[in-house]
Design a protein around this ligand. Sequence first.
Ligand SMILES: [Zn+2]
Length: 287
Amino acid sequence: MNLPGTFDALHIGTAGLPHEGDERINYAEGLAQLEKAGLSALELEFVQQVHLDLDSAARVSQLAAEKGVHLSAHAQYYVNLASLERPKVHASVSRIVKAAKVLQAAGGHSVVFHAAFYQGRPADEVYTLVAKAFEELESALAKAKVAVWVRPELTGKPTQFGDPDELIRLSREFETVLPCIDFSHLHARTDGAYNTVAEWEELLDAIEGGIPKEKQVMRRMHMHLSGIEYGPKGERRHLPLAESDIEYSALMRLLKKRGVCGTLICEAPRETLIDDTRLLKEAYSSA
Ligand SMILES: [Zn+2]
């Protein structure tokens, strides 16, 4: 399978276009806005629905290439690959495949999603169910001739499947899988931990050491970062960087120091989306 290639730089960008949420999303305008802000990544927000058809995705592909913007997609929130009801698992797989198809038509590299919920079950039992669904997902993608990276996301609540160990294990066991590392979610799901260089170093070492070398994960990283509000139950909501305690400058310096390449997406609230993404970019550039 010919999966998308490696990156030689870290591309920073937004989750959705700055004005997304409007009835009509104007990609020409939005991508030009990103380019003007010095940004070079965009995550298509298919979280409620896949709002592009294959033809419009092909036009977005051309526009993004012209502006030097690298695309990923976030599949629908309504996914649970460990549901006790089999039809819901199949529907979840179909939703991810649909997002991946349109993403591929848009020339994108990775489809991101929240894989599952524990629903009170032991983590290893849920892992087995998720792995079974990943087999179904990989074969459905192969059958549809879709070759993009499949990225289960590091999730923000301890009730959600998707801690670093689970994502590393899936990346080891499935050819097309690599993690989406959401630093804010990790900070939230651990109620305030993972906010220091030492902890991030340990995480990056675990990822690098735990995923087969041929996948070149440090040249294919896909990450999320934004301000976040959290409590004992984990993530509450995303916040502007200025209102949150996340040590983003230190993290951006570390990513630069370690030469991590790929894409980093800012999921700040709409009002501060462009400004916060530029803050991340500036912290990285000035490091
Ligand atoms: Zn997400």
